[in-house]
Design a binder for this molecule. Structure first.
Ligand SMILES: Nc1ncnc2c1ncn2[C@@H]1O[C@H](COP(=O)(O)OP(=O)(O)O)[C@@H](O)[C@H]1O
Ligand SMILES: [Mg+2]
Length: 298
């Protein structure tokens, strides 16, 4: 009996020792956990501080970029505006010269005069396009509900002569109403459809398709497509396509200043959307524009 009691006491004692060991281990683990927690909190604070500094830096850089950009835009505006005045004079006196002295001039003189007048017309177009480019950012956009189908039809009627000249075919699918600046939407389609008509293959009339592939109020997204069967754009030129003054074809074949797509890009940006391009040289080009259906006021 005594032996049994002793045995049990012995077992209890060794259980107690084991328990004490466990408790010691637990205390150590808790200590370690606390230390890790403190380290984690420290790291978290460091990350938060770092994020704050980063946000601050990004904010500062964005402000700088916005300032430089707006300075550039107002410079463009001023320069273009001031250039118009002397140009008007060249134009006026060119006309007077032609009207009053045409008979006195020999063939060389008449040719020089023609060239002066053509150069002045080209410069007028360039200035007009530059002004349009700078206006897109300086003008605050009052977004209203815009019927894109109506806009496209108006643009097509403005482009009637080009469509006829090229024997072009324009197919217009369904297009949604969206919140936008209607003047800028007109400019956007004018440039894109104008390009699609201009950059057609030499022996092939342009076929242009304009449609909306997605228009979803729930996700607030609409996708607009302008596709053509024209000369296409080489892959290597696509990264600079939307930059200013980018004419990416042989200069003597097609007229242009390379401002249109830069304007399109700015318009889409102003509308919180984006524009991309898919193209195959010799096959055709597809411009894809994603825009919000409704503009969310921030
Ligand atoms: N639909 C198109 N098909 C082929 N090339 C195009 C098309 N649209 C634009 N491009 C290329 O992109 C360049 C830039 O277009 P844009 O800014 O409108 O300038 P521009 O029409 O004055 O030449 C064009 O010069 C042309 O090389
Ligand atoms: Mg163009």
């Amino acid at each position: 009996m005594q032996d049994e009691i002793n045995g049990e006491i012995e077992e209890l004692r060794s259980n107690c020792i084991a328990l004490e060991e466990q408790v010691k281990l637990l205390v150590q683990t808790e200590l370690k956990l606390r230390r890790t927690q403190t380290e984690l909190e420290k790291a978290k604070k460091e990350i938060e501080d770092y994020n704050r500094t980063l946000e601050h830096k990004v904010e500062e850089r964005t402000m700088n970029l916005k300032r430089v950009n707006s300075e550039l835009v107002s410079f463009t505006y001023m320069a273009s505006h001031d250039l118009q005045e002397p140009l008007r004079k060249i134009d006026t006196f060119g006309h007077r010269l032609k009207e009053n002295y045409f008979d006195v001039l020999d063939d060389h003189g008449r040719d020089y005069l023609d060239r002066i007048q053509n150069a002045s017309t080209r410069m007028q177009t360039l200035i007009k396009e530059l002004l349009a480019y700078s206006r897109v950012t300086t003008k605050a956009a009052p977004f209203v509900e815009v019927n894109l189908l109506q806009i496209v039809n108006e643009v097509l009627s403005d482009l009637e002569i080009q469509i006829e000249k090229t024997s072009g075919l324009v197919e217009v699918g369904s297009l949604p109403n969206i919140e936008a600046d209607s003047t800028q939407m007109r400019q956007l389609f004018q440039n894109l459809i104008g390009n699609a008509l201009k950059f057609h293959k030499e022996n092939e009339s342009p076929i242009i398709k304009i449609y909306s592939s997605i228009s979803d109020e729930a996700s607030n997204k609409c996708e607009l497509v302008i596709a053509d069967n024209g000369i296409g754009i080489e892959n290597k030129n696509i990264p600079r396509l939307f930059g200013l003054f980018q004419c990416l074809h042989e200069r003597d074949k097609y007229e242009g200043n390379g401002i249109g797509l830069a304007i399109c890009n700015k318009i889409v940006e102003q509308h919180n959307g984006n524009i991309t391009v898919e193209s195959k040289p010799g096959v055709g080009t597809k411009f894809i524009i994603m825009l919000p259906v409704k503009q969310i006021i921030q």
